[in-house]
Design a protein around this ligand. Sequence first.
Ligand code: ATP
Ligand code: MG
Length: 479
Amino acid sequence: MQIKRQTVKSILEDDRTEYTTTVKGWVRTFRNNQFIALNDGSTVQPLQVVVDATKFGENTLKKITPGAAIGATGQIVPSAGRGQRVELIAEHLTIYGASDPSTYPLQPKRHSLEFLRSIAHLRIKTNTFGCVFRLRHAIAFGIHKFFNERGFFYMHTPIITGSDAEGAGEMFRVSTLSPSSPPKTASGEIDWSKDFFGKQTNLTVSGQLEAELGAMGLDRVYTFGPTFRAENSNTTRHLAEFWMIEPEIAFADIQDDMDLAEDLLKFILRYVLDNNKEDLMFLQNRLIQAEKSLPQHQRSEMELIEKLEFVLAEPFERITYTEAFNILRNSKPNKKKKFKYVLDQWGADLQSEHERYLVEKHFKRPVIITDYPASIKAFYMYLNDDGKTVRGMDILFPQLGEIVGGSERETRMDVLLKRMEEYNIPPEELHWYLDIRKYGSCPHAGFGLGFERLVQFITGMSNIRDVIPFPRYPGYAEF
Ligand code: ATP
Ligand code: MG
């Protein structure tokens, strides 16, 4: 009789014992030629498979090594040992794929995250990355659930874009022209009209402008897709390829925008706390272990789950740029010139060190900053009556700094055209964007949430390269 395969998770969650089942997965450890710790990806918990060595041939036993893919059929019984409620007594074993123990890089010991990053094709097999990627899935699912429940429509905006005026960062060119001998115009320049799309094209840095078009017919939309930035940012918060969530809402102002962003972030925190406690617990313990080697003052003030609960419970602080600037200018690290960028002139852009000071030291909770100087924000943000500030908002989180950037959009045609002129964006380039101000324009707002930054915050991973399966960053595009 063929017995249907069960996941380890479903066995561990099942109250029953004394039944026969089949599991398939990868060997973590094989202790005393008797106890296999089997992980199948469904949960961080392994299932203990008990092997009576006298029942199985030497040929089978020697292939049960860390990393091997096996199947086991047998009785689920209450476990005699400590550490697990039930175990499987193997009656039948199948070796699907051996794993040479002399070369397998994932020995059952603690590996550094840097080492694991260099074997990103195998790190998915570890407990830590299993937790991170299960959480990554849950967060993505939670995001779709949130928007769906609120009547938003998921909109797919183009990945290859014909406009280079998105304004969010340096772009990667998309071209099929020969790099060594591209067609030239009479004046000797590259003739982009001969390129695949008949013009210059790039990978998108943001789906916002197209999402605005969507909101002007569907009322509330969101994008959730990959974005690409060719910026040389070698930080623990920047990737060259990352995923972004960009909702856009019609008949809405900056207040509605902030409320939506705060609701979304809190919904997701609630969602993972309710659904992914086990993975969070594992990562929390990992962090505690990792921080043991640090001096007390460098350790986290809160444990991972406590931190998530805390952000969930407190309202985010909402202040203007001018208020934030004054707090920072009068702060100790600014006066003592401890900041790398000392703040002096109103209008200066806030750096990550300033953002983290506000969140971690001053307010001790997430902060939303609004009404930024127009000169440091994009052309499409609504210009306030003071003529100096715009209705932009950034949400700052502990450990990360900026996690969300958004704004109420400029809807007045004359103001928009003037702002585009200041940024040297020709109106022809964005005629479609201007059209929505001509035909049924209305107040609208939206924001961009960096997906990996949210995953980083929730998992507590310190480097953004460890929350996406195959990271891309300057000088690196393996796998
Ligand atoms: P930063 O100042 O951190 O570079 P930004 O101002 O360039 O951010 P936006 O253009 O407003 O960011 O993008 C919206 C969101 O996308 C940010 O709040 C952040 O969460 C995320 N984000 C931006 N750039 C990156 C990147 N290179 N890698 C990962 N996430 C990013
Ligand atoms: Mg940036």
